[in-house]
Structures are given as C-alpha cells and as structure tokens.
Design a binder for this molecule. Structure first.
Ligand code: NAD
Length: 257
C-alpha cells in the first residue's frame, strides 16, 4: 500500500514508539512531521535522516504537548495533516495519596488533553479533503488498571473515550479515529519506570521485568515499535476504511485475561 502524498504528524516522535511509527509511515510513503518539546539541532537532524532514508519529506516541529496553544500551532505550522498520530506521553508511578499534583496535571495534559487540541485543529482540513486518519496511541492501561498509575490509567481510559467520540463525530466522512493499545514496549518510557517499580514493589530489576511487567503479558515478550508502526499503517490503509471508534490491542494477550 502507498501513503504517498499524505502528510503525517506524529506527536512525541523523537524517540520510542513515536519514532518507530514515523519510520513505518515513511516506509509506506507518507511525508512526516516529527515533534517533541525540545528544539535541538539533533531533533532536526533526526527528521532529515528519516526523510533521506525513506525518500520522503520529513520535518521536525517543536511544540510542547502540555500546552493547548502549542498543540494547535503544531498542526497549523505543518499546514494541516492527513494522518494524525497522538503519541506523546509521560508516566509517573506513585500511590494516589502521595501522587504529586504537578505530575497528575502534566500526565493528563500531555497524554490526554493534547489529543483533544490536535484533533480539533486537524479535523477541518481532513473534512475538506474528505479523508483523514487519527490514530491515538493509548495503552493496555486504556482498558485495564494497575496500582500506582492513577493519572496514566485515567488519561489512557480518557483517550479511548475521546477516540470513540471523535469517531462518531466523523463517521461517514472518510475519516477514521482509532486507538492502538500496546502492552509493554521496551522504550525509554518503560526503562524510566523500572526504578520506580523496583521501589514500589521492593524488587530487583530482573524480577520487576519478569513478575510485574511481563507477568501481565502472557506472551512474555515485549511488543516492538515496528509492530506499533505496522498497526498504524494498517489503520491508514483502505482495508481499515470501516474500522473506526475502536481499540486494537498489541499486548501479547494482556487484555485477554
Ligand atoms: P518515550 O519516552 O520513548 O517517548 C515519549 C515521546 O513523547 C518522546 O518523544 C518525548 O520527547 C515526547 N514528549 C514527552 N513530553 C512531551 C511534551 N510535553 N510535548 C511533546 N512531546 C513530548 O515513550 P514511549 O514508550 O515511546 O511512549 C509513547 C507513547 O506510547 C506514550 O503515549 C505511551 O503512553 C504509549 N505507550 C507506551 C508503552 C510502552 O510500553 N512503551 C505501552 C503502552 C503505551
């Protein structure tokens, strides 16, 4: 399949799943807009390299997904988009009573509210074009809970709700809105939570990986960024024209339990 001529914005894409999704969309021919909140030479170099590798146009646009105006400006600076992947996300692990309020607010802003703003900014152009794809990178935690992740679980359940609502508001207009729910993918975000999980569960690194993380994932294997990217490409394909308002789990069986 070819996404040649389509422009894809992927929020939070200078690392991890977002960068993996960008590579797979570029491999399918889409022009790419990478994003994060930093504005370093290496961010722009990353986009140049990706563009060269896949023979597409790739740009990096800095925008802080914790700020509504930045979210909307990202879409505007990109000149609109055909494909919007809401991927930016952060995590913090702590019991509810001691969960820092600033972390709660940041997680809700970046993992949930940013998608409201980018979706609102992208929809008019998609409606005009009569074609659009919105893919929200939710999580198994959009469908299931875990202790010590109150803000993350709330935000991810929220983005599943936003996905369904946006799908209903765009049904029959050539636009689809879906959420991918990955289980554990070994990215910097997951690496960063291992020490907190070790503390919360009083376990060493290997035990946390085996018994806390992959214990929920019956395959006992991490999902890969390429698999999340491939699922995104599928959702952008004609085969998925009637797939809207739903979740696709890529979680090694986690949510089958
Ligand atoms: P990551 O830390 O590698 O990537 C997160 C990206 O978001 C980075 O590019 C970072 O720069 C960006 N980001 C953070 N704050 C931002 C801000 N304020 N503005 C703009 N960009 C910002 O993590 P990841 O694992 O690749 O996570 C990507 C998404 O996938 C997240 O939404 C996460 O919740 C989701 N997810 C990850 C896993 C996993 O196991 N890794 C599982 C399920 C869902």
């Amino acid at each position: 399949m070819s996404l040649a001529g389509k422009t894809a914005i992927i929020t939070g894409s200078n690392s991890g799943i977002g960068l993996g999704v960008a590579h797979e969309l570029a491999r399918a021919g889409a022009n790419i807009v990478l994003n994060s909140f930093t504005d370093r030479a290496e961010d722009h170099a990353l986009a140049e390299k990706l563009g060269r590798e896949h023979g597409v146009t790739a740009r990096y646009i800095a925008a802080d997904m914790s700020k509504g105006d930045d979210c909307r400006a990202l879409v505007e600076k990109a000149g609109g988009c055909d494909i919007l992947v809401n991927n930016a996300g952060i995590q913090h692990v702590a019991p509810i009573e001691s969960f820092p309020v600033d972390k709660w607010n940041a997680i809700i802003a970046i993992n949930l509210t940013s998608a409201f703003h980018t979706t609102a900014a992208a929809l008019p152009g998609m409606r005009k074009a009569g074609w659009g794809r919105i893919v929200n990178i939710a999580s198994a935690h959009g469908l299931r809970a875990s202790p010590f992740k109150s803000a993350y679980v709330a935000a991810k359940h929220g983005i599943v709700g936003l996905t369904k609502t946006a799908a209903l508001e765009t049904a029959g207009q050539g636009i689809t809105v879906n959420a991918i729910c990955p289980g554990y993918v070994l990215t910097p975000l997951v690496e960063a939570q291992i020490p907190d999980q070790m503390k919360a569960h009083n376990m060493d690194r290997e035990t946390v990986i085996r018994e806390v993380m992959l214990d929920r994932q019956p395959s006992r294997q991490f999902a890969t960024v390429e698999q999340i990217g491939g699922t995104t490409v599928y959702l952008c394909s004609a085969a998925a024209d009637q797939v809207t308002g739903t979740t696709i789990s890529v979680d090694g069986g986690w949510t089958a339990m």
